[in-house]
Write a protein that binds this ligand. Structure first.
Ligand code: FAD
Length: 385
């Protein structure tokens, strides 16, 4: 049995690895010649970590992951700590650590494991067709590939999605812009073993440690869509949006490299009920696009990959039956993650200013218990809980 996997991002590579582990042949087709991930890093929460462990990547991931032993929220203006707590209760309750990882490192780890030379780069799918025995994909260069089934991991702008759902999905602007990148760890900005977030005015500035003595940083600002801002004005833009913010934030703005700082208008897509049609399955952002507010988009793609492979392995009534079971196991989970992230997004980014102000007040009373229990609930909803 052979799967055609479209897309060589986190979702596609995890799917290919999981399927091969379950005894399926795979061919991966990736549109671009060199993958340049949209963000600088990603936090892989224990539900995602367990999926990568399952794929045999435990030691590699541990080597790439930052030590996020503590979590803290700081006031935006004076930088004083609103709350700070250890992540240990979460780690002990779910049985695994979270690992923030640079995306380039994560992508290289997945490609190495699969064999980068086996990925068909520069192959952009234009359309697909299925029949009673398999699926054919046609590429823009005129070539084609055929498999017994097809996994569409072609991201949030998926060209395959409409042939599964029967309609074009509208991406929804979430109301804020995110700048992100990597910078050398500087403990005058934040502790090296902590996820630190400065909050105020519906904005946030966050730092997470990753390997190589680096912080993954991001800035969020609620803004209208389509502003003419780019790399050339990053520092001036951030200095303006974060004028009056605490000294560590100013130091971070001074330290960032505009050439490697990404600016992204954040979107999601209303959850939809179809992930499968016949022999075609959507996976990762192609099947569920979320805002990054609970850091679960990539983790959900990892979960999809593991559930897909386990479901195919466990059932013997044919591909279509197994894919329907994959859909049934994933559809509520991914809907829940998208909607949870959307809710978090609105509170964090001042959609209703009084709600956001109440959250800032709540943070002053937070012991860690409430935040960690919310995270735990999300994590234990994963397939390897
Ligand atoms: P993608 O990474 O988009 O990969 C799709 C691949 O398909 C691409 O390589 C693309 O070139 C290829 N492709 C596209 N069209 C075609 C075609 N027609 N033919 C062939 N190939 C094609 N998630 C987390 O878990 N934790 C986080 O902390 C986190 N932070 C985030 C921060 C930001 C700012 C953003 C934007 C997202 C974040 N996410 C996070 C979400 C995460 O990045 C995505 O969910 C994840 O990258 C999805 O992987 P994917 O493989 O499904 O899609």
């Amino acid at each position: 049995m052979k799967a055609i996997v479209i897309g060589g991002g986190i979702g596609g590579m995890c799917a290919a690895l999981a399927l091969e582990q379950s005894g399926y042949q795979t061919e991966v087709y990736e549109a671009v010649k060199t993958i340049r991930p949209v963000g600088a890093a990603i936090s892989i929460w224990p539900n995602g970590v367990k999926c990568l462990n399952f794929l045999g990547l435990k030691a590699q991931l541990q080597a790439l992951g930052g030590n996020m032993a503590f979590m803290a929220y700081n006031d935006f203006r004076h930088g004083q700590t609103l709350t700070r707590f250890s992540m240990t209760p979460l780690v002990e309750s779910v049985g695994e650590r979270p690992y923030p990882v640079a995306r380039a490192d994560l992508q290289a780890m997945l490609l190495d494991r699969y064999g980068a030379q086996r990925v068909n780069f520069g192959k952009r799918v234009s359309h697909i067709e299925q029949d009673a025995t398999g699926v054919t994909a046609w590429f823009e260069d005129g070539s084609e590939a055929r498999g017994d089934f097809l996994i569409a991991a072609d991201g949030t702008h998926s060209v395959i999605r409409p042939s599964v759902t029967g309609q074009r999905a509208e991406r929804r602007y979430a109301g804020y812009v995110n700048w992100n990148g990597l910078v050398s760890i500087d403990e005058t900005i934040a502790p090296a073993d902590q996820w630190t977030t400065f909050v105020g005015e519906g904005k946030r500035v966050s730092l997470m440690p990753v390997s190589g003595n680096r912080f993954y940083f991001f800035f969020d600002v609620p803004l209208p869509q389509g502003l003419a801002e780019d790399r050339s004005s990053v520092k001036a833009d951030l200095a303006r949006y974060f004028s009056g913010w605490a000294e560590p934030v100013q130091r971070l703005i001074a330290a960032i490299n505009p050439e490697t700082t990404n600016r992204i208008e954040i979107h999601d897509i209303d959850p939809f009920p179809q992930l499968v049609k016949g022999r075609i399955a959507l996976l990762g952002d192609a099947g569920h696009s979320t805002t990054p507010d609970i850091g679960q988009g990539g983790c959900a793609a990892m979960e999809d990959a593991v559930v897909l492979a386990l479901t195919l392995q466990a059932h013997s009534l044919g591909i279509e039956d197994a894919l329907r079971r994959y859909e049934a196991r994933r559809v509520d989970r991914v809907k829940d993650l998208v909607l949870k992230a959307r809710k978090r997004c609105d509170v964090t980014h001042g959609k209703q200013p009084e709600v956001t102000r109440a959250w800032y007040e709540e943070l002053k009373r937070e012991t860690g218990e409430r935040i960690l229990s919310g995270m735990q609930e999300t994590i234990v909803g994963g397939p390897l809980a």
